[in-house]
Design a protein around this ligand. Structure first.
Ligand code: BGC
Length: 262
């Protein structure tokens, strides 16, 4: 049977979809035929531009502002999708921040907690709303964007690594709860992808070349390379994949000590 990745007729919500990996995922899902809700927190301009370009290509999309770390705003976000499309088939929990770099004993507790609120609690709040709907219709997929840092420690980013490791376990538990209802929950862990979140790493030649020594594939990834995997994972082509993390990282997780020529 030839493999066809079609999301025709599916209703998808991508959080933090106005930039970076989220925007690429929203574009790719729409390209596969899904209707896509582009959630954003700031900058309606980028979200509206993305919606216009999806519509320009013959797709269906809408932009909805909401802070995923706020339960009331998350309820409003899902209500907006219900009003537009009568429900949801795919949630991509993408919204995230890595927070200010700080060693634990110098970290500001409020800044630390904010990372957890967005990356972990926010994903839970959205998954909770999505699963209410998906369990009732006995169909759906929740895809959580984690990171190689669900597994690899990262000095200066204890909130981010703790949030991503927590998200990975949240995925496993929600997958177990949802599986009897025909609903899949899984994680996608990108490695070093060139986006705004890590601009300071790749725009500095010394830190970029240090990063590349840790990536066996020898280069950073593009958002589209994550978006293609995400499209596959939320499609029926991945119908037997649930509860686990799929890595798209140029092998940096399994070879953390890799060094070119070393
Ligand atoms: C971070 C990036 C980093 C990459 C690899 C990602 O989770 O957001 O800033 O380059 O992990 O360390």
């Amino acid at each position: 049977m030839p493999m066809q990745i079609s999301l025709q007729g599916r209703r998808a919500l991508v959080t933090g979809a106005n930039s970076g990996i989220g925007a690429a995922v929203a574009r790719a899902l729409a390209g596969a035929g899904a209707r896509v809700c582009v959630n954003y927190l700031v900058g309606p301009g980028a979200a509206e531009e993305l919606v216009a370009s999806i519509r320009g290509g013959g797709g269906e999309a809408l932009a909805v502002a909401a802070d995923v770390s706020d339960a009331g705003q998350v309820a409003g976000l899902f209500a907006a999708v219900d009003r537009a499309w009568g429900g949801l088939d795919v949630l991509v929990n993408n919204a995230g921040v890595d927070g200010p770099r700080a060693l634990a004993w110098e970290a500001d507790p409020a800044a630390w907690e904010r990372v957890l609120r967005i990356d972990l609690v926010g994903a839970f709040l959205c998954a909770r709303e999505a699963l209410k709907r998906m369990v009732a219709q006995q169909r759906g997929v929740v895809l959580n964007l984690t990171s190689v840092h669900e597994k690899i420690a990262w000095s200066g980013y204890s909130a981010y690594t703790a949030a991503k490791a927590g998200l990975s376990m949240l995925t496993k538990t929600l997958a177990q709860e949802a599986a009897p209802h025909g609903v899949r929950v899984l994680s996608l862990a990108p490695g070093a992808i060139r986006t705004d979140i890590n601009r300071q790493v790749w725009s500095d030649p010394a830190s970029l070349s240090d990063l590349l020594t840790k990536i066996p594939l020898g280069r950073m990834g593009d958002p589209e390379e994550i978006a293609r995997v995400a499209t596959f994972l939320v499609s029926d082509a991945a119908s037997y994949v649930t509860g686990s993390t799929v890595y798209a990282d140029g092998a940096m997780t399994d070879y953390p000590d890799f060094a070119h020529g070393g």
